[in-house]
Write a new protein. Structure first.
Length: 107
């Protein structure tokens, strides 16, 4: 089984991130506010296995493996004030299956 999506909650919403259908390596997200899901949207990055997601305080971080034979790991930060940032590479690491994340809440 390969990880194709992730779920995370904070600021009163549940967030989902996932990879597109077979042949579509784009990354998508949507949020649920307790009543309805937002429309799906894409964020920066492409992956052949799908993203992981976790909290850092009030922000969210998504991380993923590159496309196909690209074993570099990438991440993007979702700041509630600014939305998803651009992807950046996690330096000096690689994975054939992608990362896993845990939430970090201070206090």
């Amino acid at each position: 089984m390969s990880m194709q999506q992730g779920l995370c909650s904070n600021n009163g919403k549940l967030w989902a991130v996932w990879k597109g259908e077979v042949g579509d390596d784009r990354l998508f997200f949507a949020s649920y506010d307790g009543n309805a899901w937002s429309a799906q949207a894409t964020f920066s990055g492409l992956s052949s296995v799908g993203p992981a997601i976790g909290n850092i305080g009030d922000d969210m971080l998504a991380a993923w493996k590159g496309e196909h034979s690209d074993q570099r790991l990438f991440y993007a930060l979702n700041s509630y004030a600014a939305g998803w940032g651009r992807q950046a590479q996690i330096p000096d690491v690689a994975s054939s299956v992608g990362p896993s994340l845990a939430s970090f809440m201070e206090g």
